[in-house]
Design a protein around this ligand. Structure first.
Ligand code: PBG
Length: 328
């Protein structure tokens, strides 16, 4: 009897060259979508204290950021407005004003002729006096009336020149309603990236500071965002959203839900994105600032995890930093 020769996995780890040769996944700047926060004013920037390294930027500086993204090879940026509290109402009318902050930023980037895709957020929370993603009537987030508002909002974003609409509101039926309105109004090439598997998460805290929604939010979002304990439900929502006309789907947050990314990719084969959310970013940055982890190494490792889990790309606040690193 001959004894089996030992399987030596170390053979393919002996040098950087051999390790590179057998590497399964790669992270490139073209995998990134860069979320940015827009504020009023001219030449204004304001740091977000709970997100070290992240600033809100006025529209003129957002245009510069878009130029930076283009130069770094980042294909898309995603706009989130910091809305003046006086513009927040029960009916959220500012959400579909053609001249709201998000639409002005979209037009400014378009007019500058920058070759970067513009993604916008379809949800009412920046404009809602209650901080909720849908319209609130007698303490209830009302689904169908919210969908009507979201359709108006989505149309105004498409009219401003957005390439990718990102409904992040988790109301039922909004993808189909938005898709039919886009078709009816002649926006046949406006893409929808549905926040399909969006969980009711504690990791959104710093984002709500960044957009000024923390103070406004009454209660929680558990009647529309998903229970973190559910996986099968995520697959059913993804199936529904693709069926209603989503071109791409998202899992959010990212790192605690890598199993969902993999399952969505395997089951549907649709373009799948993860959102490495504000809390994930903040934790890596905070531990790095304490000297407890190497934040740059954790940044790269966390992002390659999304590629390994099957994602085409990832929304991350690290986008410009990691792109600069990858570009050498
Ligand atoms: C709201 C929205 C949220 C995020 C993106 N869009 C927060 C929420 O649902 O309360 C979170 C992003 C992040 O934490 O980075 N429509």
């Amino acid at each position: 009897m001959t004894r089996a020769l030992p399987t030596r996995f170390r053979r393919l780890k002996t040098s950087p060259a051999i390790r590179a040769l057998v590497q399964e996944c790669v992270l490139t700047p073209s995998d990134l979508i860069w979320p940015v926060f827009v504020m009023e004013g001219d030449n204004q920037r304001a740091p977000v204290p709970s997100m070290p390294g992240v600033e809100r930027l006025s529209v003129d500086l957002i245009v510069q950021a878009a130029r930076e993204a283009e130069a770094l090879g980042i294909p898309a940026i995603c706009l989130f407005p910091y809305t003046d509290p006086t513009l927040k109402t029960q009916g959220c009318e500012e959400a579909w004003s053609p001249d709201n902050l998000s639409n002005r930023a979209t037009r400014a980037i378009r007019d500058a002729g920058i070759n970067v895709a513009i993604m916008t957020d379809v949800a009412l929370d920046p404009y809602n006096i209650n901080g909720h993603d849908g319209i609130v009537r007698d303490g209830i987030i009302v689904n169908d009336e919210s969908v009507e508002a979201l359709v108006k909002m989505a149309l105004s974003q498409a009219q401003a020149g957005a390439d990718i609409l990102g409904p992040s509101d988790m109301m039922d039926g909004r993808i189909g309603a938005i898709r039919s309105e886009l078709e009816a109004q002649g926006f046949k090439d406006t893409a929808i990236l549905s926040y399909a598997a969006k969980y009711a998460s504690a990791y959104y805290g710093p984002f709500r500071d960044a957009v000024g929604a923390s103070g406004a939010l009454t209660g929680d979002k558990k009647t529309y965002q998903m229970n973190p304990a559910n996986a099968d439900e995520a697959l059913r929502i993804v199936a529904r959203d693709l069926d209603e006309g989503a071109d791409m789907v998202m899992v959010k947050p990212g790192q605690p839900y890598l199993d969902i990314c993999r399952a969505v990719k395997d089951q549907f084969g649709a373009p799948t994105f993860a959102y490495q959310v504000s809390g994930e970013y903040a934790m890596i940055m905070a531990a790095g600032q304490q000297g407890w982890v190497d934040d740059e190494a954790c940044m790269v490792e966390s992002l390659i995890g999304f590629k390994r889990a099957g994602c085409e790309g990832v929304l991350t606040y690290f986008a410009p930093r990691v792109a600069a690193l990858l570009n050498g």
